[in-house]
Design a protein around this ligand. Structure first.
Ligand code: GLP
Length: 243
């Protein structure tokens, strides 16, 4: 694993955006695996800036997002489809038909997951996967205990994730309790993985995930087995890793 330590969130975002843009330049029709949450917002802002300057072309890029809340429509401002449109897609020249997020409105979990697995297969898999980390070590919405061999599936969110996500909703009752997420197997099949982390509250889980035992109780620990992972973190997030 390669580790890139930056002074702060802004520089972490620039470094991550650098890696993503290199991927787009090397392979203009690449498949980017994208993430939501607060951590990638700065990375997306940087990509938009470079696009506006004329340095990046997304016209052939395809994207596959990690997850979506079950029951939320694309128009719901808390859905991950809405998030991606607002924070990235509507600012760049990507073809929206080439962007994929699980269908939160599909009430049949088997169909929703099969459809998404098919989309991933038809696109030939992910070239570069951008990943944030949940406080409990979840990746996508693969919560502690998730089997490493799963593809897209429907998950019951843990209370700690529901609590962490509640900050974005007006009322606790509105926070979805279930989500569709690509599985750990899918994530591990990405050719390259870039993990981003910022802030002191991620320091413990970063140390545990990358220097602790590989176990389903810390889903991100499986990334130790991937042969092309870059961890980009700011000083605070990397403050507890061994020298
Ligand atoms: C959600 C997303 C994850 C993300 C996590 C961390 O749970 N499903 O993909 O990594 O939030 O969010 P943040 O970046 O806001 O800490």
């Amino acid at each position: 694993m390669k580790i890139i330590k930056t002074t702060d969130y802004y520089h972490m975002s620039r470094m991550a955006a650098n890696i993503l843009s290199a991927q787009v330049i090397i392979k203009p029709d690449c498949v980017l695996g994208l993430a939501t949450g607060s951590t990638p917002i700065g990375t997306y802002e940087q990509l938009i800036r470079w696009y506006e300057k004329g340095d990046l072309d997304f016209s052939q890029v395809r994207t596959i997002n990690l997850d979506e809340y079950k029951g939320l429509s694309p128009e719901n401002d808390q859905s991950y489809r809405y998030f991606m449109n607002e924070h990235l897609f509507r600012h760049i020249n990507i073809n929206l038909d080439h962007t994929h997020v699980p269908n939160g409105l599909e009430s049949d979990p088997v169909k929703a997951c099969e459809d998404y697995n098919r989309i991933i297969r038809e696109n030939g898999g992910v070239d570069l996967q951008l990943l944030g980390l949940g406080l409990n070590g979840h990746i996508g919405f693969n919560e502690p205990g998730a089997a490493f061999e799963k593809e897209t599936h429907c998950v019951d969110l843990t209370q700690s994730t529901i609590d962490a996500n509640s900050r974005f909703f007006d009322h606790m009752d509105l926070v979805p309790k279930q989500a569709y997420t690509v599985g750990i197997k899918t994530i591990m099949q990405a050719k390259k993985i870039v993990v981003i982390a910022s802030g002191e509250n991620k320091a413990d889980i970063i140390a545990k995930a990358f220097w602790g035992p590989i176990t389903p109780s810390v889903p991100a620990s499986v990334l130790q087995l991937h042969n092309d992972v870059v961890l980009v973190g700011d000083e605070a997030a990397l403050s507890k890793i061994p020298e």
